[in-house]
Each structure stands twice: as C-alpha cells, then as structure tokens.
Design a protein around this ligand. Structure first.
Ligand code: G4P
Length: 294
C-alpha cells in the first residue's frame, strides 16, 4: 500500500496561535514545562514547535499510556531521550504507575540546580511550578487528576502576579499552572498522520477506515505477528499486503456478506476499535529513530 493513497491531510488551523501566545506569556511563571506524549508514538505525538516555544526552560517528557505500549520499546525510548540529554519518564495515568519516578526526575534531575539554590537561600518551602502541555487526548487531564489526587486543589492567587493565575496543587510540593496547553501535533508527514490516526489521536474521517486498517495490519504483520496469531488466529508473513490481511481478518472473524464476501469495512472498524482499546496487546508504533523508524 503506497502512502500516496492516503488522502492529503489539511490540518488544524486556529488554536495554535492562541496556545503559543499563552505559553509565551506564562513561561516566566513556571520552573519547568512538562510535555505529555503517547508512549506508543513518542515522536509523532510531540509538537515540534515546543522546543522553540519553551526555549531556555527545563523540560520533562512524560511518555503516558505506557500500559498500552511495548515495554521494552518504551525503555529504549527513555534511554534514547536521555542519550540526547532530554529528561523523560514513562507513566500509566490510569493506575498512577510512574508517578513517583516523575516527581523524582523532576526534582532530582530537571530542577536539581534550581532547588539546590533555593535550599541554600532558605527557600525550600517555595513550590515547584510547572506547565503541562500536550496534544489532545494524550492524557493531560488524567495526569493532572492522578497527580492532584483527583480533585483539583486550587491554590490561592499569588501576590506579585499581575493577572489572576490559577494554580493547582499536584502533591505537596508541585503546583501546576491551570491553563490550556493543548497543542496540535504536526502531521504534514504522512507517517506521523498515520500513526496519530492509528491511536485515535486524530479523527477517523481524515483517513479512509479500511486504508487505515490495512496499514495497521501491515505494521502488525511485520512487527507483532504473534499478536495477530493469538487474537485473530491469523497466520501472516511480513510480506503480506493490506488487502489480503484485511480479508483474512474478516474471514477469521466470520464477517461475511451475501455471496461469501468479506465485509472489509466491518473488519476494519473492529480492528481499529480493538487496537485503540489495547485488546490486541501492548504495541509500540515507533522505535527510536537512530535504530529505525517506521
Ligand atoms: P487530554 O486531557 O490530553 O485530552 O486526555 P485525557 O486525560 O482526557 O485522556 C484521553 C483518554 O486517554 C481517556 O480515555 C483516558 O482515560 C485515556 N488515558 C489517559 N491516560 C492513560 C493511560 O496512562 N493509559 C491508558 N490506557 N489510557 C489513558 P477515554 O476513552 O477518552 O475515556 P475513559 O476511558 O477514561 O472513559
């Protein structure tokens, strides 16, 4: 299946300028920027302009939804980020796994120097302030709810801050600036758009469902054939193409229409739903680029 078969994608205008302005205006109020990304697609779920927008501010990446990703690949990603001098932790905001590591990396690595300076000045009581950003659906609200113990605790307005800012307590020592940090991903790259569509981060109608399912099947047949075998009893090979794979899937699931033909649309919808619900298994859609990128 050629990537040129994917419809050209016209992407979200508007909001970006507003968010960019809000980030710029508020950057001086925080000690660090926390960008939530999807552990299954750590590159595709980033906003490429973030680095520029937050230049000079310490950053920490949270690879969220790690429960849905291939754990060995996630570990490789964490090492990859670290090898580039970028702090990163993995989390599962559904259960809260990784929260301790987040706080520890934030305080002991990302903000180590700042916190030491504050201690030396007798200001260790000063809360650490962060800004949370990320593309839609990546788990920002889940992260905040988890970290704040589900009910958001507002902190009273601070003197010295000209405009009223809302701060939310995340645990004892961390405060988060309550502002919309929603950023759109960048999808002029077809591979990025495809991976965002697989995870459901972008709308289904952007790509034809069957095309999308075929592309996902090709990826799974190449990288996770054992999962296709165990969930759908599909015997596949890395060389099999999308149409053949979708047909096989439909047949295995008994999705037939009159005349014995496979209802490929139904099969496609089922596959994408099951993938997004994590039913097929823990699957990563990207591996660190120095090793290979799909
Ligand atoms: P956002 O604020 O960035 O837009 O994302 P939000 O927290 O609303 O999360 C989007 C979806 O991702 C939610 O699912 C949420 O439960 C799920 N999610 C967030 N973090 C994790 C995680 O670590 N692991 C898994 N498996 N899922 C996560 P939903 O289907 O929209 O709602 P629901 O399932 O909570 O009802």
């Amino acid at each position: 299946m050629s990537e040129t078969e994917i419809k050209s994608i016209q992407w979200f205008p508007g909001h970006m300028a507003k968010t960019r302005r809000a980030i710029k205006e508020n950057l001086s109020l925080v000690d660090a920027v926390v960008e939530i990304i999807d552990a299954r697609i750590p590159l595709s779920s980033q906003n490429p302009e973030m680095g520029k927008m937050t230049a000079g501010k310490p950053r920490l990446f949270v690879l969220n939804k790690r429960d849905m990703a291939d754990s060995t690949v996630t570990d490789r990603w964490i090492s990859w980020f670290r090898s580039k001098g970028i702090a990163a932790v993995s989390m599962d905001c559904k259960t809260g796994k990784g929260m301790k590591s987040f706080t520890s990396v934030l305080e002991n690595q990302v903000l180590k120097d700042l916190l030491e300076t504050r201690r030396a000045k007798g200001m260790s009581g000063t809360p650490t302030r962060i800004m949370i950003v990320g593309i839609p659906n990546v788990g920002k609200s889940s992260f905040i709810n988890r970290m704040s113990g589900s009910k958001k605790a507002r902190v009273e307005d601070r003197p010295g801050v000209t405009r009223t800012k809302q701060w939310v307590k995340l645990g004892d020592r961390i405060e988060m600036l309550d502002m919309p940090g929603v950023l759109w991903p960048k999808f002029d790259d077809q591979g990025v758009a495809r991976r965002l569509a697989f995870t459901g981060a972008i709308k289904d109608d952007i790509l034809d469902t069957e095309t999308l399912a075929m592309l996902l099947l090709e990826y799974l047949a190449e990288n996770y054939p054992e999962m296709l075998k165990s969930r759908y009893k599909m015997d596949t090979s890395a060389e099999m193409k999308g149409p053949e794979l979708l047909e096989l899937l439909g047949r295995k699931r008994g999705m037939l229409i009159s005349g014995g033909e496979v209802d490929t649309e139904r099969a496609a919808i089922m596959l994408l739903d099951e993938f997004r619900a994590g039913k097929i298994g823990c699957i990563s859609l990207e591996i660190p680029e120095d090793e290979q990128n799909g």
